[in-house]
Design a protein around this ligand. Structure first.
Ligand code: G6P
Length: 606
């Protein structure tokens, strides 16, 4: 949610900051801006809309300077106008901010009473006025920043730039991530290592409550008590972080097509074909817990929803799934026998992190599955399992979903095996099934031309229903979410059995109904539901396998035949046509696939 960057460079920083902001655009893209110091004087350029507008503005109105801060915004307080775009400035200080200042209205009233004039509708502007008031009272930049930080409530990351201070940035982290980059006679600050990847691979992450005084040659980090602390400098793998679209038109398309490869990587890490076992040394006392709660947001939540079926089946334990934003405020009774599993691509989602801390406070055990190993969620877990999807840039999650599912499946199998609820033979059978995934997913991707054709019709609809039973139910939910996210077509996912309890009222000849029904014990029931839709002229798109197609009754509008697969891999496989369908519908509608309106990839505000 909002990307921030700061550079103390040797060269002109404006172009470097625009490049860094491009790499942060996944965090927000409704407006952007930069501020630099030229001969000690602060100046800013800001533009609404995508970063390209800021780049264009910088061509006609360039900004000189070797020091600067930049921001790409996802609006929380105040519309995405130029005035509300960051950096904000008052007097001698400019600031970029990610997060929310919860007590901004109290502070604003206080500052206005003291004579401050506000130019924006943002919560952030209180930060610059507060800081400026301390500077005017004779405080040093560090003192002024500390006095300001002491007044702020909420979760945020901030970077301050001061007029006349060409070799100084002050960065502060409370709740939102911030990375410090070390260069040779240069220094950097960014929301993540990805932003800084072309600039440096030596990164330290601020911890909760830290602030840093950043100069070109010396970086000093202080904790929340203002005591000087060391934060480990890590060397990041630049090749891994430098990502582009390759031959694809969109990151989403590239990421969909990367799934066979990233699943193969994750399988190589988590399965051992020579023993037929899961290779996941967790060090957990698996006899300790008697209940599992799986908590996440968005697509990651649907991965948890699938995992509920696996965990109940394999572990024979009570399993609950929760959306993090509800779970954290409900204060459910938990104890030290609870295993909390937190799934998050970014590892920074504010609600998921808060839910994790709640489970920790109740004495529960914390396992997380994240794509960003250095993330806060990973660092606050007893065990953090990387999902190994590689950087995911498209806002709509695709390959991370597949890898979340694979990691959840591997964890469920390994834990069940160690708890003795499945035999070694069953484990080997499941591992064999998982290892078929790269091949199966490759074959599913071959359906793309057919799906592109079907999308021409589906894209005309104003409503689409997705139905599934068993593990296909969460895939129906995920299919509907993907379609909503990137094509803006209204879509609902339903458990097929619920059809007649409401959604069937929506069905007519204009409503495509995607029925996810692999062959197996639930196929007959799904066919009955499909018949109910067809009897009301609904336009059924059946997604099944060869046996499922043979046993299908009636005449669906269209059918997609996926390769036969074991039940444990079906959710991962059946998600592929859902991703392709939403992608091609979005192409039909001409929407912004990688950066759909109003969405952000990493949601670091509640
Ligand atoms: C946002 C993204 C989704 C993602 C969700 C959870 O809504 O747009 O794609 O599933 O956040 O994010 P996380 O990083 O915790 O998986």
């Amino acid at each position: 949610m909002c990307g921030i960057v700061g550079i103390l460079g040797k060269h002109q920083v404006a172009p470097l900051m625009v490049e860094a902001l491009k790499r942060l655009e996944y965090r927000g893209y409704d407006s952007a801006g930069i501020a630099t110091l030229d001969d000690g004087t602060l100046d800013r350029r800001r533009a609404t809309g995508k970063l390209i507008n800021l780049s264009d503005l910088l061509v006609t109105e360039p900004l000189a300077g070797l020091s600067g801060i930049g921001h790409t915004r996802w609006a929380t307080h105040g519309k995405p106008t130029q005035a509300n775009a960051h950096p904000h400035q008052a007097g001698r200080v400019a600031v970029v901010h990610n997060g929310i200042i919860e007590n901004f209205s109290t502070l604003r009233a206080e500052l206005e009473a003291g004579g401050a004039t506000f130019q924006t509708e943002t919560d952030t502007e209180v930060v610059v006025h507060l800081c400026d008031s301390h500077l005017r009272a004779g405080k040093t930049p560090l003192e002024a920043a500390r006095l300001t930080l002491a007044r702020l409530h909420g979760a945020f990351a901030l970077v301050f730039l001061f007029a006349g201070q060409d070799d100084l940035l002050i960065a502060a982290r409370r709740g939102s991530p911030l990375a410090i980059g070390y260069g040779e006679g240069e220094a950097f600050v960014g929301s993540d290592a990805l932003a800084l990847a072309p600039l440096t691979n030596r990164i330290a992450y601020l911890e909760e409550g830290d602030h840093a005084v950043v100069t070109r040659n010396v970086i000093t980090v202080y904790d929340e008590t203002d005591a000087e602390v060391e934060r480990k400098i890590e060397t990041t793998d630049l090749d891994h972080l430098l990502v582009d679209k390759g031959r694809y038109k969109h990151f989403m398309a590239k990421e969909i097509h990367e799934q066979p490869a990233v699943l193969a990587d994750a399988l190589a890490r988590y399965t051992d074909p020579s023993t037929g076992r899961i290779d996941m040394e967790t060090g957990l006392d698996v006899s300790r817990f008697d209940r599992v709660v799986l908590v996440a947001c968005g697509t990651a939540h649907y991965a948890c929803h699938v995992a509920k079926y696996w965990f109940e089946d394999l572990l024979r334990l009570p399993v609950e799934i929760e959306v993090a934003s509800e779970f954290r405020y409900r204060e459910p009774p938990l104890n030290e026998r609870t295993l909390g599993i937190f799934v998050s691509q970014s590892g920074e989602t504010a609600d998921t992190l808060a839910a994790l801390r709640y489970v920790r406070a109740q004495g529960g055990m914390i396992v997380s599955m994240v794509n960003v190993d250095s993330s806060t969620i990973a660092r606050e877990s007893d065990l953090a399992l990387p999902i190994l999807a590689g950087p995911e840039i498209g806002v709509a999650s695709t390959k991370a979903f597949a890898c979340q599912l694979l990691t959840l499946a591997a964890f469920a199998i390994s834990t069940a095996s160690r708890r003795g609820t499945i035999t070694g033979d069953r484990e080997a059978e499941l591992v064999r099934a998982l290892r078929t995934l790269p091949e199966l997913v490759t074959r599913a991707l071959d359906l793309e031309p057919t799906i592109a054709d079907l999308s021409r019709e589906v894209a005309k609809a104003t409503d689409v229903l997705f139905l599934g039973r068993g593990t296909m139910y969460p895939i129906a939910l995920e299919g509907a979410l993907k379609l909503k996210e990137i094509s803006y077509i209204h879509a609902e996912g339903y458990a097929s059995g619920e059809l007649k309890h409401g959604p069937i009222a929506l069905v007519d000849e204009f409503v495509p109904v995607v029925v996810l029904a692999p062959s197996g014990n639930l196929h007959d029931k799904s066919m009955s539901n499909m018949e109910e839709v067809m009897a009301r002229d609904g336009k059924v798109l059946l997604v099944t396998d060869s046996d499922g197609a043979k046993a299908a009754t009636g005449e669906p509008w269209a059918a997609l035949e996926l390769p036969d697969c074991a039940p444990i891999v079906a959710p991962i496989l059946y998600a592929i046509p859902m991703q392709l369908l939403s992608y091609h519908c979005a192409l039909q509608k001409g929407t912004d696939v990688d950066q759909p309106r109003n969405l952000a990839k990493s949601v670091t505000v509640e």
